[in-house]
Design a protein around this ligand. Structure first.
Ligand code: HEC
Length: 105
């Protein structure tokens, strides 16, 4: 009985600690850059070793010319399913599009 009492006290003690507000985690979005979005959604077809028939073969997204950046933005923002990228997939989220637009500036 003594023991039960002691452990009850302990549990209460822990409860107090838990009530303290944990530090806010940093917003994850800050860490998602255009490169990650492009790697995840485009790299499978547009990497230099890909057998997909396209002019666009990219190893490092940050080395593409401003013209290519413009093409990328045009392809992800168009409503024309025939040319929209990623090909034959759901369009990127508005947030991802915005991040890439900002990167392409
Ligand atoms: C499933 C394969 C596939 C994926 C995934 C894909 N593409 Fe493509 N992409 C193609 C093919 C095939 C072409 C060539 C045919 C065409 O022009 O539509 C192409 C063409 C392009 C072109 C035009 C290249 C040029 O020189 O005119 C751009 C820009 C492009 N893709 C960007 C992207 C971006 C950005 C993504 C990711 C958001 C992406 N693609 C994802 C297959 C893909």
């Amino acid at each position: 009985m003594k023991y039960l009492f002691a452990s009850l006290l302990l549990v209460c003690g822990c409860g107090e600690v838990v009530k303290e507000k944990p530090p806010e985690p940093p917003p994850l979005l800050l860490f998602v850059g255009a490169e990650q979005i492009l790697d995840q959604n485009c790299r499978s077809c547009h990497n230099p070793g890909s057998k997909v028939k396209t002019e666009l073969k990219v190893d490092d997204w940050n080395k593409v010319t401003p013209e290519v950046k413009k093409k990328i933005v045009a392809r992800i923002t168009t409503d024309d399913k025939a040319i929209r990228m990623p090909k034959d997939r759901e369009p990127l989220s508005e947030q991802d599009k915005d991040i890439i637009k900002e990167w392409a500036k």
